[in-house]
Design a binder for this molecule. Sequence first.
Ligand SMILES: NC(=O)c1ccc[n+]([C@@H]2O[C@H](COP(=O)([O-])OP(=O)(O)OC[C@H]3O[C@@H](n4cnc5c(N)ncnc54)[C@H](OP(=O)(O)O)[C@@H]3O)[C@@H](O)[C@H]2O)c1
Length: 252
Amino acid sequence: MTHSLLITGASRGLGRAVALHFAALGSEIHLLGRDETALATVAEAVVTAGGRAHIHCASVTDRVALRVVSERISRLDGLVAAAGISGITPVDSELADVDADFDEILQTDLTGCWNTVRAFAPKLGAGGHIVLVSSVLGRFGVPGYGAYCAAKHGLLGLTKALALELIPKGIYVNAVAPGWVDTAMAQTGIRAMAEGFGISEDQARLKAEAVVPVQRFFQPEEIAHGIAWLLAPANTMQVGQCLNLDGGVVQV
Ligand SMILES: NC(=O)c1ccc[n+]([C@@H]2O[C@H](COP(=O)([O-])OP(=O)(O)OC[C@H]3O[C@@H](n4cnc5c(N)ncnc54)[C@H](OP(=O)(O)O)[C@@H]3O)[C@@H](O)[C@H]2O)c1
């Protein structure tokens, strides 16, 4: 299968796993992130796995930089917006930084996806697929995570609107809502949870796993399978949908 794909947040975690999934299928992968060294390491792994790789060092918050990247690309079959940051933003925080954190999370996780689609959707033709990475925190609220929940809920609204806007062009827009995935982001979340409850990180992880019906975290490769399913050319039924990849936490 010849497939040309751009992935944001490709330097590690979930984005990297999507890149390696498609590399094994011989795809051409455009890896976008801010850390050039980390992107180069992923690019090597993509080539070793059988794919072709291009690295693009840019922030999803930088519209001009994204447009410059887009001008270097002739066409795409798929676009995966996986770049994201998390963090706690308690509304009663005394810390002045909390407002800046709120803005940064919204700008990266929500506006960053808008910027990404604006820059790269024109490279997709009929039959192209876009997947935006939301979260279970786009499905329900968690105290202290106002910015992240707002961004990830917002992404689902964006997915629905863009899906209806782009389907006349034959472009399919959908989202995924992963639960806990074993990445650097989840480790930071577990550390915050341990501090919040005054327990060890091991205890926090057990507590987090206990509310997942399958009782475990997921590997990034498992989430990549779900994203790949949405991106498959044969998938012409999902339009503005959100695929829950959470082991049964959300059942709608
Ligand atoms: N891990 C989980 O449990 C979980 C659960 C549900 C949803 N998600 C979502 O899944 C996505 C991937 O998360 P992950 O777990 O793989 O986290 P991760 O390991 O922390 O990776 C985040 C990626 O996003 C990139 N990134 C962050 N800010 C960026 C920016 N301004 N411009 C470009 N790239 C940026 C990072 O690259 P650089 O820092 O190198 O630029 C990195 O490649 C995120 O959208 C996250 O919200 C994660």
